[in-house]
Design a protein around this ligand. Structure first.
Ligand SMILES: Cc1cc2nc3c(=O)[nH]c(=O)nc-3n(C[C@H](O)[C@H](O)[C@H](O)COP(=O)(O)OP(=O)(O)OC[C@H]3O[C@@H](n4cnc5c(N)ncnc54)[C@H](O)[C@@H]3O)c2cc1C
Length: 439
């Protein structure tokens, strides 16, 4: 086996194979793509085959560009193939906060595009017949009346930007969608939804390749020179010189590009999958919406296509994987749904996402011809698809939306490389306390 892999030029290790997630166990067959083992030239090179990289690559390929995608592990190996699958419109930072931080003009700009990521996903699923169990509607659940009021304000603000697909729920009507006593109400966004995240990534990779795109897997970029007129990226066994380079490694990029590492903080969140629940699952979530609550450290969950509860939660600043993920998440699951006490857990996994201090994702340029986008702060399924498109627009010559995002001011995390994790834990403890006190 090792010899065969070596002949094919692949470097196989635990770090390059899919984690033991429910998604990897139920992924559609996908080609085992080659590693890069030579020096090549590319018109456009994209680093990272998550949603950001794939979305950008597919948009460019649709416009007739020649694109090479370098992935350190496998397509969708990062957050994009491990997430809650929740298609939630908006960025992590609320429109209200964006208005406060950047002013009315920036708020109107973001208000005009925050449903676009969801449209991109639905369009691609339809256009390329991507089989990823796409279902409509996501539900925000309020655990306190303060949160419910915040949802009402959110609905009013979104409506002022023409987004009217929201439905408020009170303590009784939320029970039609989720059978628990934990919530005082909530709000459905009928234009949200959920899907199998890894199959969505694999489907977009196949669509990209169908248009002539090239993907190398197990080809981690170890250094990048963005100062050259033609950026140069180096992997363990190969090199790419490109006219244009896009860095889309998000939290998994680590310190490969030091200028990007200071902008984001890696954090991990965990998920578990139960055994198939059959009628018990349908009783808990009769309308099959996906749900996230409104707390700072939130629970998020939904039913899979085969009737399991896929349940996520927790944030570990710095991005470590907890030793016992089931022990960490099971108490939250059982508190919410006491009738699932002792349910069998079949899969448990962790994944990293990138936080920015403002919770607004960032895009920008390094050197003369290198672009980047990252930092969706845990709400990136729609944002990464949108940012991939905006990067593609910029590379294709239309810089208008790219420039608006790239010019938004940003701040590094306080405390530098050594203290930013403890400071973030402290901040999270404070907001968690406010949630517990209901203020
Ligand atoms: C467990 C979990 C649950 C989540 N749930 C939700 C949810 O329900 N809804 C939601 O909106 N958001 C959710 N998110 C966030 C969302 O998944 C991410 O914001 C989004 O997938 C980011 O996509 P990306 O392409 O930027 O990054 P990633 O998907 O992480 O992709 C980056 C890719 O780049 C590759 N890479 C990195 N460095 C290099 C290198 N040096 N060389 C080559 N390749 C490299 C990595 O291997 C990886 O495949 C969740 C995240 C996690 C971890």
């Amino acid at each position: 086996m090792a010899d065969v892999e070596r002949k094919l030029g692949r470097i196989v290790s635990a770090e390059t194979e899919y984690p033991p997630s429910y998604y990897a166990a139920t992924a559609h067959p996908t080609p085992d793509r080659p590693s890069l083992t030579e020096a090549i030239e590319a018109d456009i090179c994209i680093v990272g085959a998550g949603y950001t990289g794939l979305s950008c690559a597919l948009e460019l390929a649709e416009k007739g560009h020649k694109v090479v995608l370098l992935e350190g592990a496998r397509v969708g190996w990062g957050a994009s193939g491990r997430n809650g699958g929740q298609i939630v419109n908006g960025l992590n930072a609320s429109l209200e906060k964006i208005g406060q931080m950047f002013g009315r003009e920036a708020q109107a700009f973001v208000g005009g595009l925050i449903c676009e990521g969801g449209h991109i996903i639905r369009d691609r699923v339809a256009r390329y017949a991507i089989d990823c169990d796409l279902k409509p509607g996501n539900l925000f659940a309020a655990t306190t009346t303060v949160q419910l009021r915040a949802l009402e304000e959110k609905r009013a603000l979104w409506s002022s930007f023409g987004m009217d697909a929201h439905e408020m729920l009170d303590r009784d009507s939320i029970q039609t969608h989720v059978q628990t006593d934990a919530y005082v109400g909530g709000m459905i966004d009928h234009t949200g939804g959920h899907m199998h995240p890894l199959n969505l990534a694999l489907g977009q990779a196949a669509a990209f390749e169908g248009l002539g795109g090239v993907i190398y897997e197990r080809s981690r970029v170890i250094s990048v020179d963005t100062s050259l007129p033609q950026p140069l990226v180096t992997t363990a066994r190969g090199r790419v010189t490109a006219r244009v380079l896009v860095m889309a490694g998000n939290a998994y990029l680590g310190r490969t590009v030091p200028e990007l590492a200071t902008r984001v903080l890696a954090a991990s969140t965990q998920m578990i999958a139960t055994e198939p629940l059959g009628d018990r699952g349908r009783a808990l979530l009769p309308t099959e919406r996906c749900v996230e609550d409104m707390r700072y450290i939130l629970d998020y969950y939904r039913l899979s296509a085969d009737g399991r509860l896929l349940f996520g939660g927790g944030t570990v600043y710095g991005g470590a994987t907890p030793k016992d993920i089931e022990a960490k998440l099971r108490p939250n699951l059982e508190k919410l749904f006491p009738r699932l006490k002792d349910v069998a857990i079949t899969h448990a996994w962790s994944g990293n996402f990138a936080l920015t201090l403002s919770r607004v994702p960032q895009m920008g340029r390094l050197g003369p011809a290198t672009y980047f986008a990252h930092g969706y702060s845990g709400h990136g399924v729609t944002g990464s698809h949108l940012f991939g498109r905006i990067l593609a627009e910029a590379i294709n010559g239309d810089l208008s939306r790219f420039d608006t995002f790239a010019n938004l001011p940003w701040s590094p995390f306080p405390g530098g490389q050594t203290l930013r994790v403890p400071y973030s834990i402290l901040g999270s403890w404070w907001y968690g306390l406010r949630d517990r006190l209901g203020v």
